[in-house]
Design a protein around this ligand. Structure first.
Ligand code: PLP
Length: 392
């Protein structure tokens, strides 16, 4: 490892050289099965031919111009995303944190227009929204915030999956402008809220005139078995943010809004040099085209059910396993004790996984995995859990 990198990641001493679908090869030629997708990024797997070809063609033609000019691929992508989501307008940026920053700025601008001088956004305990100052303030984790005080003003927090708390806060304050949350918690431990929760949040927002902002950075683009995770429920957000798998690894984020919220930002109020450039938008268009043609969300739903079912069979009797949960190919296996060591042990067995919220094994495989690969994930992870129990 080199000394010239800032020490922001505790990296494993392995480097990948190439990939193909759900497989990765390291610089020593060893093959790994990827059950993490670069943390929910490579939904179509590695080196997907449609994305590769689109990138190759576009890179040879034009990579970047500027948002000072029209960008046809950006316009086409905005149409595609509004079509898929039922929302009205898109702002493009480069990451999840930036998409959420745009959403927060939009909410504040909207609040000022309504005459609220110091608008406040309600965020959730256990939520994760990014590492910029505003998004780490919105993030409900002291670990993410510690050392970066002073935090940004204008946020209050309520417990996730708790409509009563939200309702109480909404009724008690007159400076609120929005509620911001993930439709299911990713970093927070793959927490699926109760049926009716999101509809309940929508209802509270409507009752109090608040914008509902859904962070679908991790859950979006087919990951949970629908294009967007909230589409499992009967509601439409006012604002939705995307990033991660939108470009299958090419950095791109999007803040999408509807109705009045879609017209809040105006020239001069927000911007991004790279946001929605021709290369990134071409990649995202190839992703959407492929996902549509191959019904990738449907595939994620089927394989996710299969994987969860197999894990329940394999691990139901283990007293170390508290729960197997998730949606589509966003799966968490919560153990009764911290299990961060499993990530290294899985790597040694040729499998890429992650552990979040200390004791939740998080699986986010590419949405294109086949059943044999799903079986291999189940077998390896189940063995690891059994060995972990034996070593306890
Ligand atoms: N929002 C959610 C729900 C996320 O899971 C993440 C990243 O894990 C982010 C926002 C931040 O995205 P980025 O790392 O692209 O800034």
């Amino acid at each position: 490892m080199v000394d010239s990198l800032m020490n922001t990641y505790a990296r494993f001493p392995v480097a990948f050289e190439r990939g193909d679908g759900a497989w990765l090869w390291d610089t020593d030629g060893r093959r790994y099965l990827d059950a993490l997708s670069g943390i929910a990024v490579c939904g179509l797997g590695h080196a997907h031919p449609a994305v590769t070809e689109a990138l190759r063609n576009q890179a040879g033609m034009l990579v970047h111009t500027s948002n000072l000019y029209r960008i046809p691929a950006q316009e086409e992508l905005a149409d595609a995303l509004t079509g898929l989501s039922g929302l009205d307008k898109v702002f493009f940026c480069n990451s999840g944190a930036e998409a959420n920053e745009a959403a927060i700025k939009l909410c504040r601008f909207h609040g000022h227009r309504k005459g609220i001088d110091l608008p406040v956004v309600v965020a959730m305990e256990g939520g994760f929204h990014g590492r910029t100052l505003a998004t780490l303030t919105a993030t409900g984790s002291r670990k993410v915030q510690a050392g970066f005080e002073p935090l940004v003003q204008g946020f209050v927090r309520v417990p996730y999956n708790d409509l009563d708390s939200l309702s109480t806060v909404a009724a008690a304050r007159n400076d609120l402008v929005a509620v911001m949350l993930e439709p299911l918690l990713g970093e927070g431990g793959i927490v699926v809220p109760d049926p009716g929760y999101l509809e309940g949040v929508r209802e509270i927002c409507d009752r109090h005139g608040l914008l509902l902002v859904l962070d679908e950075v991790q859950t979006g683009m087919g990951r949970t078995g629908k294009w967007f995770a909230h589409q499992h429920s009967a509601l439409v957000p006012d604002v939705m943010t995307l990033a991660k798998s939108l470009g299958n690894g090419v950095p791109i984020g999007a803040c999408i809004a509807r109705g009045d919220a879609a017209d809040v930002l105006v020239p001069g109020s927000h911007g991004s040099t790279f946001g929605g450039n021709p290369l990134a938008c071409t990649a995202a268009l190839a992703v959407i085209r492929t996902m549509r043609e191959e019904d990738i969300p449907g595939r994620a739903a089927r394989l996710g059910d299969y994987l969860q079912g197999r894990f329940c069979e394999q691990l139901a009797s283990s007293e170390l396993v508290r729960a197997v949960r998730g949606r589509g190919l966003m799966i968490g296996i919560e153990l009764t004790r911290p299990c961060g060591d499993l990530v290294r042990q899985a790597l040694d067995k040729g499998l890429l996984i992650n552990v979040t919220a200390e004791r939740v094994i998080r699986l986010l495989p590419p949405l294109i995995i086949d059943q044999a690969q799903a079986d291999q994930i189940v077998a390896t992870v189940s063995d690891l859990v059994r060995e972990f129990r034996a070593a306890a």
